[in-house]
Design a protein around this ligand. Sequence first.
Ligand SMILES: Cc1cc2nc3c(=O)[nH]c(=O)nc-3n(C[C@H](O)[C@H](O)[C@H](O)COP(=O)(O)OP(=O)(O)OC[C@H]3O[C@@H](n4cnc5c(N)ncnc54)[C@H](O)[C@@H]3O)c2cc1C
Length: 311
Amino acid sequence: MTTAVAAPFRFFALQVARTRRLGPSLVRVTFNGPELRDFRSDGRDQSLSLFLPHPGQNEPAVPLELGWGSPRSSEAESGGGWWQGWRELPDDVRAVMRSYTLRELRADAGGHTTEIDIDFVLHGVTGEGEVSAGAGPASRWAARAAAGDRVLLLGPALPDNRAIRFRPPGDTDLVLLWADETALPAAAAVLETLPAGTRARVWLEVPRSGDIQDLTTGADAEITWFVRDEATDAGADAAPDAGAGPMALDSLRAAELPCTERPYVWIAGEAGCVKQLRRHFVGERGIDRRRVTFVGYWRRGLTEEQLREQG
Ligand SMILES: Cc1cc2nc3c(=O)[nH]c(=O)nc-3n(C[C@H](O)[C@H](O)[C@H](O)COP(=O)(O)OP(=O)(O)OC[C@H]3O[C@@H](n4cnc5c(N)ncnc54)[C@H](O)[C@@H]3O)c2cc1C
């Protein structure tokens, strides 16, 4: 006897419905498509793998026919047929794979997802939309995204899945969050899901003051924003690379945190900053490392491929 087990992840063929500039450094891209009806997620810091076309391609090249029947489902990056076939495609053909976060989903009355939002950092893109040589392919794609553009998404078909990392232990009495602009979508989604009254201290770093957002939460949250680069007029391009460490570190060291025995810490963003902050929380503050979730979302000077190769 075989037992059918629903696969936690599958591919979704999507198209851009619309875009909205959120500030100098971020654009919100809304996706739709009939396959989305089976997309399920509990949100929080739900991460997704996005496959993007190269300029001049109509759709991303991923050989789904190699390992995906119907429904097209598999464990993400399990070494299945599509994965091997995708890796073997020429560099200028193979779809660009990048990690992003589900910012929000909307569903119909039957609970079927109809639209999802992803917020993209436009690094290497000026306020006027000019793309510099330093911009990565995903940032470049997002800067030019328009209704009808096609992408593939490897995302969740089960609401609670292992691509959600924000998991405070049940006894948590204080939530501490740090995020840079790449993890702002995740932090914003996490804040929306915190139970009313949860005590939270939040440190958020963005390139420009125009990137500061109104965040919605029922938590008892104290939110501190840091603006990294208001001094130069280089736009969102130069801003994220200016300065090596997290701006919040000095302020964190000076901060008196509420007297609590069971904090939970979530840190995400540039990998070097994440490392320094983890050291602060675990080494300097003595918080149990099992209560600290930390994720490097990008590393200064490395593309996502290079970051993956480093493991
Ligand atoms: C789990 C997870 C969730 C993520 N969620 C989001 C999200 O919701 N929104 C989002 O915008 N990003 C998110 N990221 C980060 C995003 O995947 C990276 O920024 C990615 O490198 C962007 O791809 P790219 O093609 O634009 O640049 P790449 O080709 O990967 O990199 C090209 C160059 O740009 C640099 N670079 C990459 N990102 C930045 C940046 N933000 N600022 C300055 N320089 C940069 C690299 O170091 C490299 O030198 C997430 C990452 C992870 C792992």
